[in-house]
Design a protein around this ligand. Structure first.
Ligand code: FAD
Ligand code: NDP
Length: 606
């Protein structure tokens, strides 16, 4: 009818008046993804939110758009009058480096290179010598490319600095796991009397000895990395880099001397650093994970602020070696992880001496006494209220998230777009290319990539294969296994139970079991507190979409099962796998209790 014609005319004029127009719905995650991408690219666009139109108008618009473009779903995107399609079409155009040229009405630039290689000092310069950067630079040099890696550590506010290798080796995974092991040894000593060892009281723990040994081990790794670069013919520059133009960086060494280096391609792998909240006393008196593992004196009474991986892992091992430890939680524990298991970790940590201040945020850190450690007071306020409190401690550890090291790289000079909300993480295509074709970004600095060492390493190695060996394999960022090294370790792969319900609704079936690790049976420690569950999709042959294991050696257990999930294992595949007895992991091959049955998840007998 006439109404239909009028609506079509209205839609046509909107499409012709706006270079970029997105017909969208406010609640649609795909629409949000497209709008975020356009925002990050600094593209001006018009969004028409169909779900905010009065009455059944939205449905009419969708009908008219269907008649016009053959597409009923949202987002429905038009650029310069041309129908582009939905979310995956926009992402594809971005991946192929065509999106911005389409919007600007220019011919597509595409490509990966920046012209003839021999006009530059290097074929490839990698900025950042951490997990991702070292892997990429060594792989490229092995293929005969002329490669340099710049790695420079800015000292923390308390002056801590370290050697080559990045976060994981110096102030992350490695020292963290060693200190976690110190706590496990303490736990074993607690169990020892039940096994006949005549230990009556736990001996005291010597913090400086632990720190010295951990730091000596790290120094040996730093040395090994330098040798590996030399042997692999990678030029190591202990210099801070920033961009001058898309083929040139300026580097600055410790003495402040600067030089200019040119390269055909760049990989940005600068990682991130711990964030300090913007409150009085934060960077003056508190420390972060960047300082903890080399703290030369006993930390005294510790308050960890934050409730994710880092805060909980640190609180766990500190309490495990006998340190008076508390955690200040703003909202929930382990956001993004399975919340049933987060609750179990909470309970377990609390029963092992970690104190929790739930629903508080710090507002000020005051120093009330000198010394090593000093005497500090943390002033805090309720997250959802006005009450305040003060906590007296000796060490405050912030673990409230990490910021990417992109602020001083001059990225705006070279057209590399970042996402403001994440503190400046770099936008990359699914092949790790930035918005400037000869510049790539991998690891923690790249937007929407899990912040994990093996992720950065694999991204680096596969990128080099694509750049120089003609391969096409992309890094698969799904079903990535991970483990939280809390006192009761937690390994997971795939979806949390909550997320699986968003995707599969009523088709989700959960198989679960509590179990008692034999290791702790004689001492009756943590009776039946270990737990595992498989989250399955009934509509797809009970394919396992979420794997969760809370118990000893979770990293080792989870790594093995990760292969099965990657291959698409179903519950029947788990059931037909013969267990290894007596282990904790065998529980996963014998699970019969479903959550929907409401039956007890506690396993009994052999
Ligand atoms: P990084 O390893 O951070 O390396 C970046 C390097 O670039 C740094 O050396 C930095 O100084 C340097 N740099 C920065 N800017 C410049 C510049 N402009 N010029 C020159 N150099 C520059 N992951 C796991 O998989 N398992 C774990 O158990 C685990 N535990 C962790 C525990 C803690 C406490 C922390 C903080 C992290 C942990 N992680 C863990 C995460 C892991 O450490 C990171 O995901 C990984 O190190 C990221 O590697 P990357 O190459 O992206 O960056
Ligand atoms: P996250 O960003 O994961 O978590 C930040 C935590 O701090 C949240 O609990 C958040 O609470 C809280 N928070 C944020 N701001 C404030 C504030 N102003 N006051 C109080 N609390 C605040 O950061 P992490 O530093 O823990 O970890 C960074 C990444 O490092 C992880 O995502 C992980 O990928 C990696 N990592 C991996 C490990 C492993 O593999 N075992 C170990 C450690 C780290 P809220 O939920 O309310 O926002």
């Amino acid at each position: 009818g006439n109404g239909g014609a009028a609506l079509t005319a209205k839609i046509n004029s909107l499409i012709s008046e706006n270079t970029v127009i997105v017909f969208s719905k406010t609640t649609c995650p795909y629409c949000t993804k497209v709008k975020n991408l356009l925002t990050d690219l600094d593209v001006q666009f018009k969004a028409v939110e169909l779900d905010t139109l009065a009455g059944d108008e939205g449905a009419k618009w969708q009908e008219a758009l269907h008649a016009k473009s053959g597409q009923r779903t949202v987002p429905n995107v038009f650029i310069r009058g041309q129908h582009i399609g939905g979310c995956s079409d926009v992402i594809k155009a971005f991946d192929e480096n065509k999106l911005v040229s389409l919007i600007n009405g220019e011919p597509a630039t595409g490509g990966t290179g920046a012209g003839a290689g021999d006009a530059y000092d290097y074929d490839l310069v990698v900025i950042g010598g951490g997990s991702g950067g070292l892997a990429a630079s060594k792989a490229a040099a092995k293929l005969g490319k002329k490669v340099a890696v710049c790695d420079y550590v800015q000292p923390t506010p308390s002056g801590t600095t370290w050697g080559l290798g990045g976060t994981c080796v110096n102030v992350g995974c490695i020292p963290k796991k060693l200190m976690h092991q110190a706590a496990i040894i303490g736990q074993c000593m607690g169990d020892a009397p039940s096994f006949g060892w005549k230990i009556h009281d736990l001996p005291p723990h010597d913090w400086p000895v632990l720190v010295e040994n951990v730091q000596n081990y790290i120094k040996s790794l730093n040395f090994g990395y330098r040798l590996a670069l030399r042997d692999g013919s990678v030029t190591y520059l202990n210099e801070y880099a920033r961009f001058v133009d898309k083929n040139t960086i300026e580097t600055t060494n410790k003495k402040g001397q600067k030089k200019s280096i040119s390269s055909n391609k760049f990989i940005i792998a600068v990682g991130g650093r711990p964030r300090y909240p913007n409150i009085p006393g934060a960077s003056e008196y508190a420390i972060t994970s960047d300082d903890l593992f080399s703290l030369p004196y006993h930390p005294g009474k510790v308050l960890c602020i934050g409730a994710s991986y880092i805060a909980l892992e640190c609180a766990g091992f500190l309490a495990g070696i006998g340190i008076d430890t508390s955690v200040m939680v703003r909202s929930i524990l382990l956001r993004g992880f399975d919340q049933q298991i987060a609750g179990m970790i909470d309970e377990h940590m609390e029963s092992h001496g970690v104190k929790f201040h739930r629903g508080w945020v710090p507002t000020e850190i005051k120093k009330v006494g000198d010394g090593s450690p000093p005497q500090l007071v943390v002033v805090a306020k309720e997250s959802n209220g006005d009450k305040t409190m003060e906590v007296a401690v000796n060490t405050v550890l912030f673990a409230v998230g990490r910021d990417p090291c992109t602020n001083t790289l001059n990225l705006e000079n070279v057209g590399v777009k970042v996402n403001a909300k994440s503190g400046g993480k770099i936008l990359t295509t699914s092949s790790d290319q930035t918005t400037t074709p000869n510049i790539y970004a991998i690891g923690d600095v790249a937007l929407e990539r899990p912040e994990l060492t093996p992720v950065a390493i694999q991204a680096g190695i596969l990128l080099i294969k694509r750049l120089y060996e003609g391969e096409t394999t992309l890094t698969d960022y799904t079903k990535i296994p991970t483990t939280v090294f809390t006192p009761m370790e937690y390994g997971c792969i795939g979806l949390s139970e909550e997320d699986s319900k968003l995707w599969y609704g009523d088709n989700v079936e959960v198989f679960h079991n509590n179990f008692q690790p034999l290791e702790a049976a004689l001492s009756k420690r943590d009776e039946n507190k270990a737990y595992c569950k498989l989250v399955c999709n009934k509509a797809d042959n009970n394919r396992v979409v979420g794997f969760h294991y809370l118990g000893p050696n979770a990293g080792e257990v989870t790594q093995g099962f990760a292969v099965a999930l990657k291959l698409g294992a179903t519950k029947a595949d788990f059931d037909s796998t013969i267990g290894i007895h007596p282990t904790t992991a065998e529980t996963l091959t014998t699970m019969t209790t479903t959550k929907s049955s409401g039956a007890s998840a506690t396993k009994s007998g052999c």
